[in-house]
Design a protein around this ligand. Structure first.
Ligand SMILES: Nc1ncnc2c1ncn2[C@@H]1O[C@H](COP(=O)(O)OP(=O)(O)OP(=O)(O)O)[C@@H](O)[C@H]1O
Ligand SMILES: [Mg+2]
Length: 261
């Protein structure tokens, strides 16, 4: 199996808080990796450190063979890592189409101006719109392309974030709690959307508390607790692992929630 991402002995310390306390983790080509763990386990900190939002205190991160541990956010983005945020981050007053167009690499030099685009040759403008529309359509938002982001329903805004992440044509997609705040219908739709997105990238890491989503999508699951990895393996074995059950309040939450799905 080819590793897309290799995290080794990773630490991220904030003052006295060990957000990540020595994690080894691989993401293999073609897989969806579920990342679970109770609040404060270090899931978001892990994504933030991989993507360069945080600088690692110790350890190394390699992406497709390249050491990215010390690279800046924009350099890591350019190498092909895209993420979504636990708290949706969109340009609220821009349209769906504009939100996706600003993510397009072709326009990374002056993304905001290019959206206004009066100065762009019309052919290039057309091509950029077509390309953005491809990802908007993929995420089921074609009918909303010229609606403002702040007019979208919650589930739609989440899907727009994924469309925008995909539009940068990343190799790897990191999703931080994409189903947070979604109702059951929206979550079921999200499962389909992530399946649709899957062949567009080499690997996906999916942070979630929603075990129905984790079970539906994960080829493998890694469980974190207090900044450490407490389990790593096929979904059944990780979700029934005693340490994982103990880490979650109510002890049997992961397995029960998944079984009900
Ligand atoms: N920028 C920061 N400054 C200080 N402490 C931080 C920072 N980011 C994270 N932490 C701490 O690191 C630990 C892990 O936080 P993190 O956000 O990664 O948890 P999480 O697993 O994503 O939790 P949740 O499921 O609630 O999103 C927590 O104790 C948190 O308070
Ligand atoms: Mg988090």
């Amino acid at each position: 199996m080819t590793s897309v991402l290799e995290v080794r002995s990773l630490r991220k310390i904030f003052g006295g808080v060990k957000a990540i306390d020595g994690i080894d983790l691989d993401l293999f080509e073609g897989e969806i990796l579920g990342i679970i763990g109770p609040n404060g386990a270090g899931k978001t900190a892990l994504i933030n450190t991989i993507t360069g939002f945080y600088r690692a205190t110790e350890g190394s991160i390699r992406f497709r063979g390249v050491d990215i541990t010390a690279l800046a956010l924009h350099q890591i983005g350019r190498l092909g890592i895209a993420r979504t945020f636990q708290n949706i981050r969109l340009f609220r007053r821009m349209t769906v189409l504009e939100n996706v167009m600003v993510a397009n690499k072709t326009f990374s030099v002056a993304p905001l101006r290019s959206v206004l685009s009066a100065w762009l040759p019309s052919g290039r403008r057309r091509a950029a719109v077509d390309e953005a529309m491809e990802f908007i359509t993929l995420m089921g938002l074609a009918a909303k392309a010229d609606h403002r982001a702040d007019s979208l329903a919650y589930g739609e805004a989440r899907r727009l974030e994924i469309a925008r992440a995909l539009a940068g044509r990343p190799q790897m997609l990191l999703l931080d709690e994409p189903a947070a705040g979604m109702n059951e219908t929206e979550t079921a739709q999200l499962v389909e959307d992530i399946r649709t997105a899957r062949p567009r990238v080499k690997a996906i890491a999916l942070i979630e508390h929603d075990m129905s989503l984790i079970r539906a999508l994960s080829d493998r699951i890694v469980a974190l607790d207090y900044g450490r990895k407490i389990a790593d393996g096929v979904p059944e074995s990780v979700l029934s692992h005693p340490d994982v059950r103990r880490a979650y309040l109510g002890d049997d939450e992961p397995a029960t929630a998944g079984a009900a799905a």
